[in-house]
Design a protein around this ligand. Structure first.
Ligand code: TXA
Ligand code: MG
Length: 346
């Protein structure tokens, strides 16, 4: 199959919408990461998503809508707390888990009784959904086990020859996937941190819970409230370790670790910040941006993880980040990439 890469405009949106209606897959931009979309009400089309990504069958997909009026037929109920979250944070980087209606195929919900619904703020994404006239089921448009794509070229790297069309709407604004919030009960539970942070939810509802597995690994026997928790989103080819502590201690520790690896002939990358980058002696120093701008760090995260693989390094050491606000999403993705290997030092 030949993959077309087209800039977003009226014609390419119309082509994308036609492909979606015909049961094909389309890569498209959202404010978080690029999605790999199919008609959410067409089970056969949805199966193609799992094939193109190489995604485990038991990991459900998010259903995207272009306005709130499209939601009632897709769910059995919208609890009061969910309504408040919708009013506060949609359109935007938030997915709400709600009880699913029968029209949502099992292929989308992976057999669960619930469905994840998201109303993205990206205008191109909403234009595509509106033009298709169908809700669009879409996971991130990476091959399973690769970092999520934040540019159309990342999608091409992973999906070339597997899908007919990628719509290029430029780089994603948020850079990490949406916050997934289970809104089926009285107290909403954050299952995956993202652009809508616990602090923001708490301001609207007065309370919020963050699932314990957001920051700590699943152990044998633990039940994952969200199937995605079971999977390492991304495991770099190199061993990755996060080093946590005061900034001076982290720099000394990482430099010592890098030195040891280099003595053994290994190529080492350090994931650093603008402030600390010049203090490292490594083969590759990748700056996530300034510590004073967490939003920019989130934007750059996946691009930098992709670079680590391209540069064929043997080991990666990453600085850690504070976890209030978007920092929790940044640390959640880094911890997953590192398989929760953290060295503490002061
Ligand atoms: O920002 C995003 O959410 C992007 C863009 C394209 O919208 N999509 C995305 O989809 O990240 P995906 O499939 O890569 O991640 C969806 C996550 C998975 O961890 C999945 O397990 C969880 O949401 N999920 C989906 N439906 C669920 C459900 N019914 N119950 C619990 N978790 C669910
Ligand atoms: Mg994903």
């Amino acid at each position: 199959m030949k993959t077309q890469l087209l800039k977003v405009n009226e014609d390419s949106i119309a082509l994308g919408a036609k492909l979606i209606r015909e049961g094909e897959l389309v890569g498209f931009p959202t404010e978080t990461v690029y999605g790999l979309g199919a008609n959410a009400l067409d089970a056969e089309a949805v199966v193609k998503i799992f094939e193109a990504k190489g995604r485990p069958q038991d990991n459900p997909l998010i259903t995207h809508v272009s306005c709130v009026e499209e939601i009632p037929p897709l769910v059995r109920a919208i609890p009061a707390a969910a309504k408040k979250l919708m009013e506060a944070f949609w359109p935007g980087p938030m997915t709400l888990i709600l009880p699913k209606a029968d029209c949502i195929p099992n292929a989308v919900s992976a057999g669960l009784d619930t469905v994840g619904i998201r109303l993205p703020s990206n205008a191109d994404a909403r234009a595509l959904i509106r033009a298709a006239g169908r809700p669009i089921a879409a996971p991130s448009a990476n091959r399973s086990g690769r970092p999520s794509p934040t540019t159309a070229l990342h999608v091409l790297e992973d999906m070339d020859g597997r899908i007919p069309l990628i719509l290029d709407g430029g780089a994603c604004q948020v850079g990490v996937e949406s916050s997934v919030i289970d809104a089926t009960g009285d107290v909403p539970v954050i299952l995956r941190p993202g652009g809508i942070t616990p602090e923001m939810v708490e301001r609207v509802l007065g309370h919020v819970r963050v699932d314990e597995h957001v920051m700590s690994p699943l152990r044998e026997g633990d039940v994952a409230r969200s199937p995605g928790m079971k999977y390492k989103h991304y495991a770099p080819k190199a061993d990755m370790v996060i080093v946590d502590g005061s900034s001076d201690a982290v720099v000394s520790k990482i430099n010592a670790l890098v030195h040891q690896k280099q003595e053994n002939g290994q190529k080492v990358a350090v994931i650093a910040t603008e402030e600390s980058g010049p203090s490292y002696h490594a083969d590759v120093i990748l700056s996530m941006g300034s510590r004073s701008n967490e939003d920019a760090i989130a934007q750059h995260l996946y691009k930098i993880l992709r670079e680590c693989d391209e540069l064929h390094v043997d080991a990666i050491y990453s600085e850690s980040f504070q976890t209030p606000r978007i920092g929790q999403a940044i640390m959640n993705r880094l911890l997953k990439a590192a398989g929760h290997t953290v060295i503490h030092c002061d």
